[in-house]
Write a protein that binds this ligand. Structure first.
Ligand code: CO
Length: 241
C-alpha cells in the first residue's frame, strides 16, 4: 500500500485540486452548482471497487450506495433513502447493481468461521447458496463456486430492487430507471454485464401494471382465459411468462 498517513491523503487532495484548476479554473464552481448523475451505483464496500476508476467517470456522474456484498435490503433504511432520492429527486436513468469476484462477503456467507455482525448481514447470501446448491456444488473449484454465487447474488439483488415500494411506484409512474446487473472481475479489471432480464420482475406489481404496455403487448396472450380482478390477471401472466 502506498499510503498510511492521513497527511499524505490531504497533500494528495491539494495536488489534485491544483491539477483540476489548471485544466479548468471553473471546475469546482461547476461542481458545486448541483448534481444530476445519470447513474446509481450499488456496489460492494470492498476497497478495490471504486467504480469511478473502473469506468473513468468524474465527480457528479455516479450516485453511490455501497455495503458488504452489494446487498439490496428491503429493510435497510439507508439504502431505501438512497434509492428514493436517486429515483424521485435525481431521476437517474440507470441503476447498476455491481458485485465482484473474490468477494469477502460471499466467502463470509459460506465459511463456517464466525465473523460477528457480518454473519447476520450476509445470511441472505447463505440462503441463496442453499437455494442454488446443486448448480454451485458441481463447479470444480472453490473459486468458481464462490464466483458463481457472486453472480447469483447480483441477480437476487436486482430482483430485490424490483420488490421495493420505490421501484414499484416508479414502474407505476412509468419512469423507472433501467437496471443492470454487473460483476467486476478483480483479476482482469473488466466488468461483465450479466444481461439480467428484468421484465418478469417489472410485472410483479400486479394491479399497478394493469395499464402497462408490457402487460398488454409483451406477455398477455389474447387467447388466454382470464377472469377475476387485475391481481389475478397479473398472477396469471407471471405464471405463464
Ligand atoms: Co465484496
Amino acid at each position: 500500500m502506498r499510503y498510511h498517513k492521513i497527511e499524505e491523503l490531504l497533500k494528495n487532495n491539494q495536488d489534485w485540486v491544483a491539477q483540476k484548476l489548471a485544466l479548468n479554473p471553473n471546475y469546482f464552481n461547476e461542481l458545486s452548482s448541483g448534481q444530476k448523475p445519470p447513474f446509481l451505483y450499488i456496489g460492494c464496500s470492498d476497497s478495490r471497487l471504486p467504480l469511478t476508476n473502473f469506468t473513468c467517470t468524474e465527480p457528479g456522474e455516479l450516485f453511490v450506495h455501497r455495503n458488504i456484498a452489494n446487498q439490496v435490503s428491503l429493510t435497510d433504511i439507508n439504502f431505501l433513502a438512497v434509492l428514493e432520492y436517486a429515483i424521485s429527486h435525481l431521476q437517474v436513468e440507470h441503476i447498476i447493481v455491481c458485485g465482484h469476484y473474490d468477494c469477502g462477503g460471499i466467502k463470509a456467507a459460506l465459511e463456517s468461521r464466525t465473523t460477528g455482525i457480518i454473519d447476520n448481514w450476509v445470511n441472505p447470501i447463505r440462503e441463496l447458496y442453499l437455494q442454488n446448491q446443486y448448480e454451485i456444488d458441481i463447479l470444480p473449484t472453490r473459486g468458481e463456486r464462490l464466483n458463481r454465487l457472486a453472480e447469483i447474488n447480483v441477480l437476487a439483488q436486482v430482483k430485490n430492487l424490483y420488490q421495493t415500494s420505490i421501484m414499484r411506484q416508479a414502474l407505476h409512474n412509468q419512469n423507472a430507471p433501467m437496471v443492470h446487473g454487473w460483476v467486476l472481475d478483480i483479476h482482469t479489471g473488466l466488468i461483465k454485464d450479466l444481461n439480467v432480464a428484468t421484465v418478469q420482475w417489472q410485472l410483479y406489481p400486479g394491479c399497478l401494471l394493469e395499464q402497462s404496455p408490457l402487460f398488454s403487448v409483451a406477455h398477455f396472450q389474447p387467447t388466454d382465459e382470464v377472469t377475476g380482478c387485475c391481481c389475478e390477471e397479473a398472477e396469471h401472466v407471471i405464471r405463464n411468462s
